[in-house]
Design a protein around this ligand. Structure first.
Ligand SMILES: Cc1cc2nc3c(=O)[nH]c(=O)nc-3n(C[C@H](O)[C@H](O)[C@H](O)COP(=O)(O)OP(=O)(O)OC[C@H]3O[C@@H](n4cnc5c(N)ncnc54)[C@H](O)[C@@H]3O)c2cc1C
Length: 492
């Protein structure tokens, strides 16, 4: 069995998985691109949903709507290159340095990438700078606090300026309103990075290895052995695209490379290769990017990165950020609206009208914010920086956390178990094949954390996430809960 297909682009990127949009589903079933417009609502089955109880508590994120994020993380849109990410992190006039996950070439879109970029930015400041200089760090997320701590420890006078009334940025740890511990509404898994793990351990943040255990069910609740037909089709389309001088979207590559149409002959379990392509897009490509296949670069999408091993953060990620921030001067609720720079100084203006001057500045606001006109740069940024901001994509992934009276979805044995196998614990990841649910992947938090609590986190990506951010909680539940029906009426 292909673990990537089994896990749906699992491992490190599992956390990012969300549903395949109606757009892609329609397109792939008809094997044509571009697809027709999506229908406005996609509740798969009418409410009330057979066997699916109402959650006793529900909380959700709205990252696209968040003015200080404008999305979840960056992705390689058509035309993106690692050189553009690299260029974004290059100093401007030796006075301004950009950092943040979007500047990472090795691990964009992750905690690791954000941390690495913060370390790199601090090194960029220190090269021309001298201890004692005043450095303004804009943004108190992972990148900003990492850079600020490096600079403080090296003897710089550092001030961190944060628009929100809290630190952490896209690390959003809250007291679990319906339970005992804490809940993460941003990052919740870590990849295979010793530096990050050490940093978390030093801050007392525990992680727990995540078994690559996924249960895939068809819409009627039958557990099925995942097929790698979808990933094979994507790999073939990418190979075709990589042979061309001009980048295209994954959707275009699939449509024009000759990969489609996939055979429509159902296997013994009733699934077809086209079903598995939908599944791979929904649980691999969209979660890894927060974007539709129509915008993702066919040359750059990195399926291999989706396979790195993961650990689930069982502690509170905010403890790490708090420990980083402890000795720092952090000014909250101060949104920077203007950054003026020359060869000598950097001047900042805030939304309050106040201003501040520093020798140098590290700018860590998310790519999504840079893509708006929230912050005016004077003079305008160099063309390469502008090109990077315009070309890289900002994806959207939202989380919904639902607590139930009991874990009705928990299955005694994953589909991947062979006869006679006794799995140690139930699967962490749940997904369906053959349908278009709003949530492409559910994470059983009770299993991932080892607490056993009846809590699921669902991940919603791309246009689906943007749309559902705008609806009421009742409409949201109606759109999302039908996706759990196969786990409530499970067969096998
Ligand atoms: C739903 C979701 C799930 C994720 N899951 C994972 C995961 O499991 N594992 C993983 O490794 N990564 C995950 N990520 C990605 C990870 O959270 C980010 O890559 C990382 O936190 C980004 O850190 P950063 O410092 O680059 O940016 P941020 O954390 O966004 O920090 C930037 C800061 O700048 C501030 N700011 C914005 N505008 C202004 C302004 N005008 N003035 C002053 N301050 C401003 C923001 O408020 C913010 O605090 C996830 C992200 C999301 C949203």
């Amino acid at each position: 069995m292909d673990s990537r297909a089994a896990s749906g682009g699992m491992a490190r990127r599992t956390f990012l998985t969300a549903s395949l949009s109606g757009i892609a589903a329609v397109a792939l079933s008809s094997c044509t691109w571009p697809p027709p417009e999506p229908t406005p609502t996609r509740a798969a089955t009418p409410s009330p949903i057979p066997g699916v109880p109402k959650p006793t508590a529900m909380e959700r994120s709205r990252w696209a709507d968040d003015p200080f994020a404008r999305g979840a993380f960056s992705f390689d849109a058509v035309g993106s290159t690692p050189e553009l990410r690299e260029a974004l992190g290059e100093p401007v006039s030796d006075r301004l340095v950009f950092a943040g996950e979007a500047c990472s070439t090795d691990a964009p879109g992750t905690l690791q990438g954000a941390r690495d970029s913060g370390l790199r930015a601090a090194a960029h400041v220190m090269r021309p700078g001298s201890p004692g200089e005043r450095v303004a760090v804009i943004g108190a997320g992972v990148a900003g606090l990492t850079a600020a701590r490096e600079l403080l420890d090296a003897g710089y006078e550092v001030i961190v300026l944060e628009a929100r009334d809290r630190i952490g940025g896209r690390v959003d740890t809250v007291e679990d309103p319906s339970g005992d511990g804490t809940a993460e509404f941003g990052a919740m898994f870590i990849g295979d990075d010793a530096g990050l793990e050490l940093a978390l351990t030093a801050a007392g943040v525990d992680v727990r290895p995540t078994p690559d255990s996924t249960l895939v069910r068809t819409l009627d609740g039958t557990a099925v052995e995942p097929s790698d037909a979808g990933w094979q089709a994507i790999a073939a389309a990418q190979a075709w695209a990589q042979g061309s001088s001009e980048d295209v979207s994954l959707a275009t590559a699939l449509a024009t490379s000759g990969v489609l149409p996939l055979p429509d002959e159902p296997a013994a379990d009733g699934t077809t290769p086209a079903d598995w392509l939908r599944h791979s897009l929904a649980s691999g490509v969209e979660p890894a990017t927060g974007a539709l296949p129509t915008t993702v670069s066919a040359q750059r999408f990195d399926a291999a990165r989706a396979e790195a091993s993961v650990a689930f953060v069982t502690g509170a990620l905010s403890d790490w950020l708090t420990s980083l921030a402890e000795p720092l001067e952090v000014v909250l609720s101060s949104a920077v609206v203007r950054i003026a720079y020359d060869d000598e100084r950097v001047g900042l203006r805030f939304d309050s009208g106040e201003s501040l001057s520093a020798d140098r500045a590290v700018v860590t606001v998310p790519l999504g914010v840079l893509q708006t006109d929230t912050i005016a740069f004077e003079p305008a940024l160099p063309l390469l920086h502008q090109r990077a901001v315009a070309t890289l994509g900002m994806g959207v992934v939202d989380t919904v956390r639902m607590r139930f009276d009991e874990a009705f979805w928990r299955s005694p044995a994953p589909a991947t178990a062979r006869p006679g196998d006794e799995p140690a614990e139930p699967p962490v990841f749940l997904s369906t094949v053959g349908g278009v649910p709003a949530v492409g992947l559910w994470i059983d938090v009770g299993v991932a954390s080892g607490t056993g609590e009846p809590v699921l986190v669902g991940l919603i990506a791309a246009e689906q996430a943007r749309r559902l951010e705008q609806v009421s909680d009742r409409e949201f539940r109606e759109a999302v809960l039908p996706g759990l029906a196969p786990f409530a009426t499970a067969a096998g």
